[in-house]
Structure formats: C-alpha cells, structure tokens
Design a protein around this ligand. Structure first.
Ligand SMILES: O=C(O)c1ccccc1NCC(=O)[C@H](O)[C@H](O)COP(=O)(O)O
Length: 266
C-alpha cells in the first residue's frame, strides 16, 4: 500500500528547506502582523460550524473540480453560510501560497491554512500569508512538537486545529490544551473515508473542546448524523467541490440546525 502521507511529509521537508532559503525566518517575522484569534471568535462550542475547503485535487482521487478556481470556490462558500474557509497550500492538492493570498484578499471569513506542518517556520509563514488558523496533524508530530507548535501558533494570534486519526492521536491531542480537535475520517492506509471513524472516536474526546469532523462528509444527512452525535462542526472539501450546485450544498451543510429550529417553532 502506498504511504501517501509519508511521501507528502518527505517532499514537505524539501519544500520548507527551499522556502527558508528564499525567505529566512527573520524576514518572514518582519513581514508578519499579529493575528486576532478570528477562528475562536467565530466558532462557538455547541453551535454548528462549517469549514468549507477550497480543494481542487486529492492525492488519493486526483482532480476533483475542473470548473472553478480557488477564488471562485471561496466566493461561493462565503456567500452561502460557511463559518470559515480552508485553503490548501500544498502542491499535492494543487494548492499554493499565491491562491491563499488571493482568497485572503477576497473574503473576511477566518482562513485555515491547510498544509502539513512539520517545522515551526511554517507557522510564521502562515501568519505572514494572513492565516487565522493552522492545521497540526498529530500523526506527523511528536507530542512535544504538537504542544510547542500549538503555543507558537497562539503566540502569533492564530488558532490551531489539532487533527487526530485514532485513539493514540486523540490521547496525544488531549495532553495539549488545544481548543479545536478535528477527527479525520480518512483511513491513512487505504485513504477511504467513513464518518463512522468520528462516531467511534467521539467517546474518547473531551466534550469541552470544539469537535470537528473532517473528510468524507458528502451530504446533509452525514452532517446531521455528526451533529446528533455531538460534533460542533465539519470540514468539507470533496462533498462541496463535486456538488452539482456548490452554493446550495454549502447552504445545506451550513444550515443543519435550521431544521431543528423549525421543528421547535412548530
Ligand atoms: O484528500 C486526500 O486524498 C488526502 C490524502 C492524503 C492526506 C490527506 C488528504 N486529505 C487532507 C484533508 O485534510 C482533506 O482535504 C479534508 O479533510 C477534506 O476532506 P474531504 O471532505 O473528504 O475532501
């Protein structure tokens, strides 16, 4: 079985080395403004939150969307109720820093810089690009790095979404004071997704944290199941970028609680 994550991390080391060569950390820091924790301001525990992802390509499935640019996707998500956007900057997803900056110019919503953080340089770089939050993947970091990078992100005024894939990752995440925990539904061996993964891991989670289910959420029914199980939000890429009507799908995934409100009012 191909170790896609391992390959991505290996290439990332070279990408970070090249980025450091082109722009040393001191220069990145000089170009950076402190962030204002915009993710924490928007995301509230027990409310429903949609992080809509600008994802043109998946390493597992290839090209997902040929009809929209990252900016077009961002504009549709922002106009249709997403709480926050996730923008890939890794080339395996056809992401790049330039696209991230274009989206930053375009929308007011908090932005997650979606990348594979393996070096604290990337945290400063994320803030320089205007990110409000970074992804910290427990599987590719030691427990010490996870804590250190979380505190560094906070020191820069950014939030961090700590991503877990199994009980071991969850235990590591819970040794940190992470406010946001993302449970990824992607099996890292087969790269298939199932929201069952979130349902199985939720009992191991700390219910005081903001819990976000990531990957493989394909329709409003999936989102409703996750909401009823106790999730506070979802992160969705493929389910949105492959939808026939991306705006309508964004609305449907963002508005999961509306049905309950209507039921309560009836
Ligand atoms: O998406 C992939 O194929 C993938 C392969 C290897 C490592 C990570 C991968 N995805 C990263 C992501 O975080 C997803 O883009 C995100 O959770 C959204 O998933 P989905 O809604 O299933 O597109």
């Amino acid at each position: 079985m191909k170790d896609i994550l391992g390959e991505i991390v290996e290439k990332k080391k070279a990408i970070v080395a090249e980025a450091k060569r082109k722009m040393p950390l001191a220069e990145v820091k000089a170009r950076m403004q402190p962030g204002t924790f915009r993710m924490s301001k928007v995301f509230k525990k027990d409310a429903w939150n949609l992080i809509a992802e600008c994802k043109l390509q998946s390493p597992a499935k290839g090209r997902l969307n040929q009809t929209h640019t990252v900016e077009q996707l961002a504009a549709i998500y922002a106009a249709n109720g997403a709480s926050m956007l996730s923008v890939h900057t890794d080339p395996h997803f056809l992401g790049c820093n330039e696209d991230f900056c274009k989206v930053r110019e375009l929308v007011e919503l908090p932005l997650l810089r979606k990348d594979f953080v393996i070096d604290d340089y990337q945290l400063y770089e994320a803030r320089m690009l205007g990110a409000d939050a970074v992804l910290l993947i427990a599987r590719i970091l030691s427990p010490e790095q996870l804590k250190e990078y979380l505190y560094t992100a906070w020191s820069l005024g950014m939030d961090a979404l700590v991503e877990v894939h199994d009980e071991v990752d969850m235990a590591a995440a819970l040794t940190t004071p992470a406010e946001f925990i993302g449970i990824n539904n992607r099996n890292l061996k087969t790269f298939t997704t199932s929201i069952e993964q979130t349902l199985q891991l939720l009992p191991y989670a700390d219910k005081e944290r903001v819990l976000i289910s990531e990957s493989g959420v394909l329709c409003a029914d999936d989102a409703r199941v996750l909401r009823e199980a106790g999730c506070d939000g979802i992160l969705v890429g493929e389910g949105l970028v492959r939808a026939g009507d991306i705006g309508a799908m964004t609305n449907a995934l963002a508005d999961i609680d509306a049905g309950n409100d209507r039921k309560m009012m009836a």
